[in-house]
Design a protein around this ligand. Structure first.
Ligand SMILES: NC(=O)C1=CN([C@@H]2O[C@H](COP(=O)(O)OP(=O)(O)OC[C@H]3O[C@@H](n4cnc5c(N)ncnc54)[C@H](OP(=O)(O)O)[C@@H]3O)[C@@H](O)[C@H]2O)C=CC1
Ligand SMILES: O=C(O)[C@@H]1CCC=N1
Length: 269
């Protein structure tokens, strides 16, 4: 049977996933999207050739519903969906923080729910999507979820108890690297380089470092030591990073992201 999949609340993450599914060979006729604003629905229709419908129509016609609204908007969406969503629908939540139990409580008894934390590199098929089953989700539901998200990168199954940590590491992760690139580009300006050249140098350093992290099989410490020559330049920079307690700042930052994920679960806006 051909699966029909609907993306409900097609914003940045929803559209990244949708475009990846289309690149991966899904037929537009098997995909539905929903949006809150008519102009956004038109944009999605024009850009991707998919049908934009109401949330209740999506619940009626799609086999799998991928919910990609903000956590703060999920309750309103679930209020709308609950009376119209048959219990055989697979519901995939892409929202930070919210546990599968929340969806199970709000939807028809027995509804299979899978929680996924993906990230924006889905736009270039380099996402990491972290997947956990709710209490009614079977191996087949997990496999279907992975098939969808493998189309935009890698997937990893974790127990749901690890989802808040995964959100802090990989859901938010790209933002930390962009922040670092921005700061390093500013450093290039400080050192007298034109901004465009500084940007290109740092981006290529990031791409090269990422490829070595992925492909060399070496530990990050070894890779860093290989750059750090005795009495050289790198160790002087590393000393400043240590003086400014950058490692401690990273630990605190990711703990704060994990804590915010927990707050979202508790309904804190
Ligand atoms: N951005 C990221 O890097 C990541 C985000 N996430 C998760 O993905 C989810 C979406 O985030 P993101 O894409 O950044 O947010 P966006 O605001 O870009 O997308 C959410 C979309 O949902 C729409 N929406 C809200 N309520 C409804 C409704 N009732 N019916 C239909 N559409 C609705 C919004 O409409 P409108 O345009 O009118 O606001 C918006 O377009 C969040 O839960 C977040 O935790 C997960 C991983 C990474
Ligand atoms: O910042 C956020 O809440 C979302 C979830 C992970 C990445 N972006």
């Amino acid at each position: 049977m051909t699966q029909k999949v609907a993306v409900l609340g097609t914003g940045k993450i929803g559209e990244a996933l949708l475009s990846g599914m289309l690149r991966g060979g899904w037929s537009p006729s098997n995909l539905l999207v929903t949006a809150r604003r008519p102009e956004r629905a038109k944009e999605l229709r024009d850009r991707h050739g998919v049908e934009a419908v109401s949330n209740t129509e999506a619940a009626k016609h799609a086999d799998t519903l991928i919910l990609t609204v903000k956590p703060q908007d999920m309750h309103t969406l679930l209020d709308e969906l609950a009376p119209h969503t048959p219990s055989e629908r697979l519901v995939i939540s892409g929202a930070a923080g919210l546990p599968t139990s929340l969806f199970e409580e709000r939807l028809q008894p027995g509804t299979p729910v899978v929680r996924v934390m993906t990230n924006t590199p889905a736009l270039v098929d380099e996402a990491m999507s972290v997947v956990s089953a709710g209490s009614h989700a079977t191996e087949a539901h997990l496999a279907l979820t992975e098939e969808i998200f493998n189309g935009v990168g890698k997937t990893l199954r974790v127990p749901e108890s690890q989802q808040d940590a995964a959100t802090a590491l990989s859901g938010s992760g790209p933002a930390y690297f962009y922040f670092l690139v921005e700061a390093m580009t500013d450093a290039g300006i400080l050192l007298g380089l034109p901004r465009d050249k500084a940007h290109d140098l740092i981006v290529q350093a990031a791409i090269g470092a990422a490829a070595m992290l992925r492909d060399s099989g070496d530990h990050p410490v070894t890779l860093r030591e290989n750059v750090t020559s005795p009495a050289g330049t790198t160790i002087n920079a590393i000393r400043e990073l240590e003086n400014h307690r950058v490692r401690a700042a990273v630990l605190d930052a990711l703990e704060a992201a994990r804590d915010r994920s927990r707050e979202l679960a508790a309904g804190k806006r």
